[in-house]
Design a protein around this ligand. Structure first.
Ligand code: TMP
Length: 247
């Protein structure tokens, strides 16, 4: 297999099958556009399992994604898509950059969810962009943008329910989408790297524990995974084969 791409938390490989790729979840975590970086043994497997459960949960509720299957501890087989270079963030509660940008206090619940768009460009530091910026940069058509917004809000409703049953509050999350055969599919991953989840005591159960040095990342993600399979045992992968060391 050939490595097509390597990012901060995943690498993507070709397979012998036309239109099928493998994304491998790495043990590294980065924050602040990779200014902060560390390795966490077990993180890759936890995010692979969590993302696999979330994609299957969403598929059962009519949300199409690039997910095919989870063949082993670290890898996810996915459909090859053309990634849309927009990070779509949806928020229910004020946190992170929304608090910094607006001065609203962290923890304030929004009266309705909001959607924001960011330009997926590491060199620029993923800046927030407007619909007009998206148009002049040709990142998506107006129809596609409307679809991204609609899908993000729909996914938000499903994820709120999913995490509620696990005793967690969905604060915000980031999605990526891809195009294939004229369709838009949810892509990338949904994991504690890409969402903010707060428990009933206000503990951060996501990558903020690393960004802000609040708690042990692997312990935190393990608890999220344990809560997920306790609430949804039907989505548990159980024992998975060990991932091959090299792809
Ligand atoms: P923000 O408050 O830092 O803008 O983050 C909003 C959400 O997006 C939060 O759940 C974390 C997620 N996120 C990513 O997945 N990748 C990123 O590069 C950033 C900045 C945020």
């Amino acid at each position: 297999m050939q490595k097509l791409y390597e990012g901060k938390a995943k690498a993507v490989y070709t397979t012998s099958e036309e239109g099928v790729l493998v994304q491998r979840f790495k043990d590294s975590a980065t924050a602040f556009n990779a200014e902060k970086k560390a390795e966490f043994g077990g993180k890759g497997e936890l995010n692979n399992r969590i993302a696999g459960i979330v994609f299957r949960y969403l598929a059962d509720r009519g949300i199409p994604s690039h997910y095919i299957e989870t063949p082993n501890t670290r890898d996810m087989r996915i459909r090859a898509v053309e990634i849309i270079q927009i990070e779509v963030v949806a928020r229910n509660i004020v946190a992170g950059s929304l608090s910094k940008r607006t001065g609203l206090d962290e923890g304030v619940r929004l009266s309705a969810p909001i959607v924001e768009f960011y330009y997926k460009d590491d060199d620029l530091g993923d800046p927030m962009i407007t619909d007009d910026h998206i148009r002049i940069l040709n990142l998506a058509t107006e129809d596609e943008l409307a679809t991204l917004r609609r899908m993000a809000l729909e996914i938000n409703e499903h994820l709120i329910e999913l995490w509620k049953k696990c005793g967690l509050d969905l604060v915000d999350f980031k999605l990526e989408f891809g195009r294939v055969d004229g369709k838009i599919l949810l892509a990338d991953e949904i994991s504690p790297d890409t969402q903010r989840l707060w428990d009933a005591d206000g503990n951060r159960m996501d990558k903020d524990v690393f960004r802000r040095d609040l708690a042990d990342l692997v312990e935190t993600y393990s608890r999220v995974h344990a809560q997920l399979i306790a609430a949804y045992p039907e989505y548990d992968f159980g024992t998975l084969p060990e991932a091959p060391a090299e792809r």
